[in-house]
Ligand binder design. Structure first.
Ligand code: NAP
Length: 250
């Protein structure tokens, strides 16, 4: 597929971490970036670093219907979004032995419903115009179940599977689909982790790697390489061996 230069980008979860770094990277490539999140102050400070390129866009993706409608409206009023990156996400570490429904639901509301609503809000306009690009920030956790992260693991497995299927429907209609699987990156999310995070990288480094893959319209991109290889190998083991491995974590 040809890769026409995108002009207008929406990225969710741009107030911190990967989303913030990627918004800045894309702004440096001269794209107009709608930087979405709930914390307006952080979005405004991000926009101040590239005022002619970055526009704060307040959006709570956990209210999926409202988020869908807001993205659809932005697609209409902006003149058409060329690239939409569903990056907003939350993690939670909780053993199923002390499961709390509301915490499970929050992960699913943001990572599953929020990401899907964001992408669904933009897709019809892209198909009408015959051009566009959907991106989902999944995780290498999509491929390997670990203890205490049931909702998070499953939410990322969902996003990867959903995008794979959507790609089959829209390829050939000018709309590209990219799924990104990061390993550990230093952000607010991972700052809460107490377990070791092998091969962790900085958010700016992650943004550079993801940005390049997105502009090339790569279908699936996993990074960093050592973590991708370890996860790829582990997830190809028979299930009993995967479970034995999972029991050794934490
Ligand atoms: N860091 C890693 O190691 C890693 C690895 C694999 C995948 N990922 C994925 O990368 C993405 C970004 O994570 P991060 O590490 O950069 O974490 P982060 O720094 O905590 O950023 C999460 C972003 O999501 C936004 N968000 C959370 N709830 C939201 C809601 N209800 N509505 C709208 N936005 C919401 C936050 O913005 P507001 O609070 O302003 O709304 C924030 O900008 C996530 O999808 C995560 O699963 C991260």
């Amino acid at each position: 597929m040809n890769a026409p230069n995108p002009q207008r980008v929406l990225i969710t979860g741009a107030s911190s971490g990967l989303g913030r770094a990627l918004a800045l990277w894309l702004a440096k490539k001269d794209l107009t970036v709608y930087a979405a999140g709930r914390r307006l102050e952080q979005l405004e400070s991000l926009a101040a670093s590239a005022p002619e390129r970055i526009r704060p866009f307040t959006l709570d993706v956990a209210d999926a219907d409202a988020a869908h409608d807001a993205v659809k409206e932005l697609d209409r009023t902006s003149g058409g979004l060329d690239l939409v990156i569903a990056n907003a996400g939350v993690g939670d570490s909780m053993s199923a032995k002390s499961i709390e429904w509301r915490r499970v639901r929050k992960v699913l509301d943001v990572n599953v419903m929020g990401a899907t609503a964001t992408l669904c809000g933009a897709l019809p306009g892209m198909l009408e115009r015959g051009r566009g690009h959907l991106v989902g920030i999944s995780s290498l956790a999509a491929f390997l179940s670990l203890p205490k992260t049931a909702a998070y693991n499953a939410s990322k497995t969902y996003l990867t599977a959903w995008l794979e299927s959507v790609r089959l429907d829209v390829e050939g209609h000018g709309v590209a689909v990219t799924t990104i699987h990061p390993g550990f990156v230093r952000t607010e999310m991972t700052a809460k982790n107490k377990h070791p995070m092998p091969f962790i990288i900085d958010a700016d480094d992650a943004a550079e790697r993801m940005g390049r893959a997105i502009l090339k319209r790569t279908k699936m991109f996993s990074y960093p390489l050592p973590t991708s290889l370890v996860v790829g190998l582990a997830s190809s083991l028979p299930r009993p061996l995967q479970r034995a491995l999972g029991r050794r974590v934490n």
